[in-house]
Design a binder for this molecule. Structure first.
Ligand code: ZN
Length: 300
């Protein structure tokens, strides 16, 4: 093969857009990875590596980005191709199915936590803490030395968040004053140092400024359809609130997110199904019956 980009992987097990497999061939200019190595393909399959964003490690913002399963063929196939510079080399003792969810959801929440600027010992309110992204975010936050305030609804999610080590759980379905309840569990009642918005509905995106601490950061990651991020100007200004978005992660973020996992700090619950079960998996997803993630096994 010619060039630095083609890196076909045999894909025994894949997630949605991302997947992990064994390198079976490589371009003659691809370096740092060998045939037989284990590697992961992310949502960001490749980028130009020459634009302003790529040069400054913001490759998810590259105008020439290639997205797995969207603008290039993804990992729903027995063999997939990733750009050599963008695949993540994986340790061989890590199971492909266990690592697959880290390659998309894990990287995304880990990057969001870094973008929040929250430091060890500070509080982070995670909205949607009981969901797939949220359960990973809680574990990364804890591993990074942050104190987690979990926001979600229902007792099932409460016990899950408590098991994951959140310091406090605020139930939006029973709370009469969510803003007051979140502030009450932060040091001196001043609010959370950072807020991670993973929710699939719009309301939390309008509320976060009110329970963020002065100088706090609000990081939007969830993508509720047609939603707007609104904030009162007065409160945002006098509290010097930093509102920002965070979108997947760069190559090094991916390496770090995988490293937390391989050191045993992150558990991502998953079930494995065969490709022919895909319609059933979609049904379960529509019914909201999936806890954790499904990983699909490709035919041999
Ligand atoms: Zn670029």
């Amino acid at each position: 093969m010619k060039g630095d980009w083609p890196l076909p992987l045999k894909m025994p097990l894949v997630g949605g857009h991302e997947g992990a497999g064994i390198v079976v061939a490589k371009g003659d200019m691809a370096s740092g990875i060998e045939i037989g190595d284990h590697a992961g393909i992310k949502w960001l399959n490749g980028s130009c590596l020459a634009c302003e964003f790529c040069k400054t490690a913001d490759e998810p913002l590259c105008a020439e980005q290639k997205l797995s399963g969207y603008t290039v063929d993804g990992t729903f196939q027995q063999y997939a191709i990733g750009k050599a510079a963008h695949v993540i080399k994986l340790p061989k003792d890590v199971a492909f199915d266990a690592i697959a969810p880290i390659l998309c959801a894990g990287i995304t929440v880990y990057k969001g936590l870094k973008e929040s600027g929250a430091r060890p010992g500070q509080t982070i309110a995670i909205v949607g803490a009981g969901g797939g992204l949220g359960s990973l975010a809680q574990q990364y936050a804890k591993a990074m030395g942050l104190r987690v305030i979990a926001i979600d609804g229902g007792d099932e999610k409460r016990s899950m968040c408590e098991q994951l080590g959140s310091e406090a759980y605020v139930d939006f379905t029973t709370s009469k004053d969510l803003v007051a309840d979140v502030k009450a569990v932060t040091p001196e009642g001043l609010g959370a140092h950072a807020v991670l918005l993973l929710a699939a509905s719009e309301k939390p995106f309008q509320q976060a400024v009110s329970y963020a601490r002065p100088r706090g950061a609000i990081v939007a990651i969830g993508l509720p359809a047609n939603a707007f991020l609104k904030a009162p100007v007065f409160e945002s200004v006098i509290k010097m609130i930093n509102i920002k978005g965070s979108y997947v992660g760069n190559r090094q973020d991916g390496v770090e997110a995988v490293d937390f996992f391989t050191r045993g700090l992150i558990k991502a619950p998953f079930k494995t199904a065969s490709l022919e079960d895909l319609p059933k998996v979609f049904e379960l997803m529509e019914q909201g019956k999936i806890a954790g993630r499904y990983v699909l096994k490709m035919p041999e």
